[in-house]
Design a protein around this ligand. Structure first.
Ligand SMILES: [Zn+2]
Length: 449
């Protein structure tokens, strides 16, 4: 790129300094072309040189232009016949074009046609014999077997190419095992090893997994197809161990969310140091900080206590060295929460806030459901949930707009769809009001307590 730019600057500068140069080169090229056409094999560049005044470098450029134009004509039907090949050979000789220069030009044509033919072959996911023969023909125009040509081609731009193919095959949001298998076998037939293929697609594969996860988070659910695709991708493709660990954790949370939404709350072993009523079920225990907010005449007063929160089927208990509280769910008149905080109010008591030491989105979901179940009511937030839901097509466009990256910090993991103006404040699901944020930036944004 930089090289091309320098070349462009140079030629622009030369043309600026000597605006007639391009015209002279073109006139030389036209002269050489005419000579070739009229004299055919009898044409001699030496004679042409002797016949008119010229600059060596300009003539060399003109010769290359003529050869390139011939290549264009030869390739116009998509192949190089035996007759055309012989023509290329004698023209090269007549033009006194060095083998290296001629080969460089032939190579650019072969590469371009190889790229197009490959793209076409991969479009339907399988390499027909006809397509394979076509690739072989193109490689042969520079005197190479397909595998050698393909190897060099892939070394130069194969990664980008395979990435493109991979992207195309997962455009519909899923990659079937058959599609992957055909990609593998196609690569093999072109001389590309499975390892090289995996190397090339590991980045887009992570991006794909991330997108499926972000979608699942927005839906609040993941279907078994998507889940098995993700698990299979992670076991087949060489994704980084930290990414796999993260994705597994996300899947675990999603599965939990789904179960919670269906009313199946987790049940865990009772922790020590607490008296339980008979038949009581413990759903979750987390380290947390309780913050009591009192609105006094002198202003807002906060006191905090470090301890643990225990969620049970009919009550929650907060325990710390400085205080212990048991709160019956039926006494809670309002509540809201997020991944690392919960805020609630009990009749005639100040507002209580809870902050978790490490974020866990399922804590509030459990509490929310447990309260609903013990009050025998449907989810109070049901109505809001449905307006909060971001339609799939909006999500697709937003994902593309942010290139699968966090709008704030460019992270490409832990991504969530976020309403720029929250739904509770009248924000809508319009494209312009939805952004991609990583969990960290999203938490930063929704710092409530
Ligand atoms: Zn971020």
């Amino acid at each position: 790129m930089a090289k091309q730019f320098v070349k462009w600057i140079k030629s622009t500068l030369t043309n600026l300094i000597d605006p007639e140069r391009e015209n002279r080169v073109n006139a030389l090229a036209a002269g050489v072309s005419r000579g070739l056409r009229e004299e055919q094999k009898a044409f001699s560049l030496s004679r042409f040189k002797a016949s008119r005044e010229h600059n060596t470098q300009e003539l060399n450029e003109a010769v290359q232009i003529v050869y390139r134009r011939l290549m264009e004509r030869v390739w116009s039907d998509g192949s190089v016949s035996e007759k055309e090949n012989l023509q290329l050979i004698w023209v090269q000789k007549s033009l006194e074009l060095a083998d290296r220069e001629a080969m460089a030009i032939r190579m650019t044509f072969a590469e371009e046609h190889f790229r197009n033919a490959l793209a076409q072959a991969m479009e339907d996911g399988c390499l027909s014999e006809e397509e394979e023969a076509r690739l072989a023909h193109i490689a042969q125009t520079v005197g190479e077997p397909t595998s050698v040509f393909a190897r060099r081609f892939f070394k130069k731009e194969g990664e980008a190419f395979l990435r493109g193919v991979f992207h195309a095959s997962i455009e519909d949001g899923c990659l079937s095992r058959e599609e992957w298998q055909s990609l593998v076998s196609m690569s093999h037939r072109l001389g590309i090893s499975t390892d090289e293929l995996l190397q090339a697609v590991s980045r887009p594969a992570s991006e794909f997994v991330e997108q499926v996860l972000a979608n699942a988070k927005a839906e609040g659910t993941i279907n078994s197809d998507q889940e098995s695709t993700i698990i299979w991708l992670m076991s087949t493709l060489k994704l980084s161990p930290t990414f796999v660990e993260y994705a597994r954790e996300e899947l675990r949370i999603l599965r939990h969310k789904l179960e919670i939404a269906e009313g199946r709350l987790p049940s865990i072993t009772k922790p020590d140091g607490l008296e339980f009523r008979s038949g009581e079920i413990v759903h979750a225990v987390r380290q947390a900080t309780l913050i009591v907010i009192r609105h006094l005449k002198s202003g807002e007063h906060r006191e905090s206590h470090n301890g643990r929160l225990i969620l049970m089927d009919s009550r929650m208990v907060f325990q710390s060295e400085t205080m212990a509280q048991s709160i019956n769910y039926r006494k809670i008149i309002s509540h809201r929460g997020g991944a690392d905080w919960i805020e609630f109010q009990v009749e005639q008591k100040p507002v209580w806030g809870l902050r978790f030491d490490s974020p866990d989105p399922i804590m509030y979901l459990i509490l929310n459901k447990a309260i609903a179940l013990s009050n025998q009511t449907a989810l109070r937030r049901g109505g809001e949930e449905s307006t909060r839901h971001i339609p799939r097509d909006v999500r697709q466009r937003v994902w593309t707009r942010y290139g699968g990256k966090c709008a704030d910090c460019n992270a490409h993991e832990y991504l969530e769809y976020d309403h720029i103006i929250p739904v509770a404040k009248g924000g809508s699901n319009a494209d312009a009001n939805v952004q991609l944020l990583c969990r960290r930036c999203n938490l930063k944004k929704s710092d409530h307590i």
